[in-house]
Design a binder for this molecule. Structure first.
Ligand SMILES: [Zn+2]
Length: 108
């Protein structure tokens, strides 16, 4: 912490202060911006593509359960659990998908 001279009134001001306590002028420390608040990172094309990929994967992740649910499958709950808990193994995902397409559906 150092004292610097105010550019407006010449008063001694702490370099940690945002403004001069005497005249209220903003304190400018050489090399350090007064507005050092973090600015939002601009969305680059790469970031947007990663976000789209993640949302595509997460929506597609529950497709086997969605199929079971729309087909009124009798084993919706176990299909959902296998889909949710073992879907990441891919084998579990395909097992849930095949099970969802099986003919074990409710008679309306
Ligand atoms: Zn001042």
């Amino acid at each position: 912490m150092a004292l610097i001279r105010c550019t407006e009134c010449g008063n001694e001001v702490s370099d940690q202060a945002r403004s001069c306590p005497k005249c209220g002028a903003p304190v400018h420390v050489t090399g350090v911006s007064v507005a050092a608040a973090p600015r939002p990172v601009p969305a680059t094309t790469g970031r947007v593509l990663v976000a789209l990929l993640i949302s595509f994967i997460t929506i597609g992740y529950l497709v086997p359960w969605c199929i079971a649910w729309t087909r009124h499958h009798q084993k919706q709950v176990p299909i959902f659990l296998i889909n949710l808990l073992l879907g990441w193994t891919l084998i579990g995902w395909f097992a849930a998908l095949i099970w969802a397409f099986s003919s074990d559906v409710e008679m309306m």
